[in-house]
Design a protein around this ligand. Structure first.
Ligand SMILES: Cc1cc2nc3c(=O)[nH]c(=O)nc-3n(C[C@H](O)[C@H](O)[C@H](O)COP(=O)(O)OP(=O)(O)OC[C@H]3O[C@@H](n4cnc5c(N)ncnc54)[C@H](O)[C@@H]3O)c2cc1C
Length: 310
């Protein structure tokens, strides 16, 4: 089925299809086997046509952003990994769109947080700096309600543009997306293709503060090794890293995966990790923290693909 599906998708205009694409190339963990097809839709029409085909065939598919929160199985994913292409990479500033001094930043779903912040800095706009340091695409950031100690997407998101199969793109107000701590309730099969943020005029001091935050992250997080950032959401009133450290797991290795010596809520790929190594270490952290602290950690990282039973 995958071969004929690939052939059908490859006929669509502005759609790139690659067979058996290793997902290690598209995830920040740098692990994971092949996807049956990697499909990049470069325009809204291409995306709609792709979704329509996927829906009609009933093919398994997954929308991937920057791959910074996904762990793909070593055996890969026997389905379609869909990505947004060049038509979703624009950032537009609409000054005074909501009244004097109340501006809007309109961002394509494939835009990186890095690019968004670059534009905000150049245009002296405040309202998205709380995302500083998150290596996300806008689609992934909205889906995960990404954020830092300074705040999250929900803090300034006005609305998100969402596409589902066989329907016109629609803007949903942020309040309808169920945004909570690293969580959203997007409709099933939804692709976030754009986002509008409320922004105001920024001061230079704000960007100096952001540079300090980024320098702090660099000093305290193992950014030089492949990872997905924090593996677990912090349980209410506690920190997952503290619980993992208290369980004696800081530095623990399984194969090439290691609980970071620098930050115990990060599991890093020391060079030759497999997805199975990472997953086994995640399972160990959950079990040990449950046994020692009676707390069940919730992984933030999303698993994709054909996993062997642990
Ligand atoms: C070094 C490092 C540091 C990190 N620091 C932080 C941090 O400070 N705060 C934080 O919140 N996270 C952090 N993360 C985790 C990660 O960056 C976030 O979860 C981010 O929101 C994921 O975005 P993404 O584009 O990479 O999504 P992906 O990892 O590609 O996908 C994540 C989820 O979003 C969905 N998705 C992706 N694109 C779309 C789309 N267009 N439409 C609908 N759904 C979509 C996917 O299907 C999947 O369910 C960090 C990760 C790394 C590697």
């Amino acid at each position: 089925m995958m071969k004929s599906l690939r052939e059908r998708l490859a006929l669509l205009p502005d759609v790139d299809v690659t067979a058996d694409e290793p997902m290690a190339r598209h995830t920040t963990y740098k692990v994971g086997g092949p996807a049956g097809a990697l499909v990049v839709a470069h325009t809204m029409a291409a995306l709609q046509a792709t979704l329509s085909v996927l829906y009609s065939v009933g093919a398994p598919w997954f929308v991937l952003g920057n791959g910074s929160n996904v762990l793909v199985a070593d055996r890969g994913f026997d389905g379609v990994v869909l990505m947004l292409g060049r038509g979703f990479g624009e950032v537009a500033v609409r000054r005074d769109a909501r009244g004097a001094g109340a501006h809007t930043l309109e961002v394509g779903g494939a835009v990186s947080v890095t690019k968004l912040l670059r534009v905000a800095k150049a245009e002296k706009l405040a309202g998205v700096e709380q995302l500083g340091g998150v290596p996300a695409s806008m689609g992934g950031a909205v889906r995960m309600n990404a954020g830092t100690r300074a705040g999250d997407v929900a803090q300034s998101l006005l609305e998100a543009q969402i596409v589902v199969a066989n329907a016109a793109p629609r803007w949903f107000p942020a309040r309808d997306l169920g945004l909570a701590y690293r969580h959203s309730v997007l409709p099933v099969g939804a692709v976030v293709t754009g986002a509008r943020f409320a922004v105001t005029d920024a001061t230079d001091a704000m960007f100096a503060q952001l540079d300090e935050v980024l320098a702090y992250r660099k000093a305290t997080q193992p950014l030089q090794m492949p990872s997905c950032g924090s593996v677990f959401a912090n349980p209410p009133g506690d920190a997952a890293g503290r619980l993992i450290e208290a369980a004696g797991l800081k530095g623990r290795k399984i194969g090439g995966a290691q609980v970071s010596e620098q930050h115990a809520n990060w599991i890093v790929n020391t060079g030759d990790a497999t997805a199975a190594d990472v997953r086994a270490l995640i399972a160990l952290c959950v079990a040990e923290v449950e046994a020692t602290a009676g707390v069940t950690l919730r992984p933030e990282v999303q698993l994709l693909g054909d996993w062997e039973v642990l």
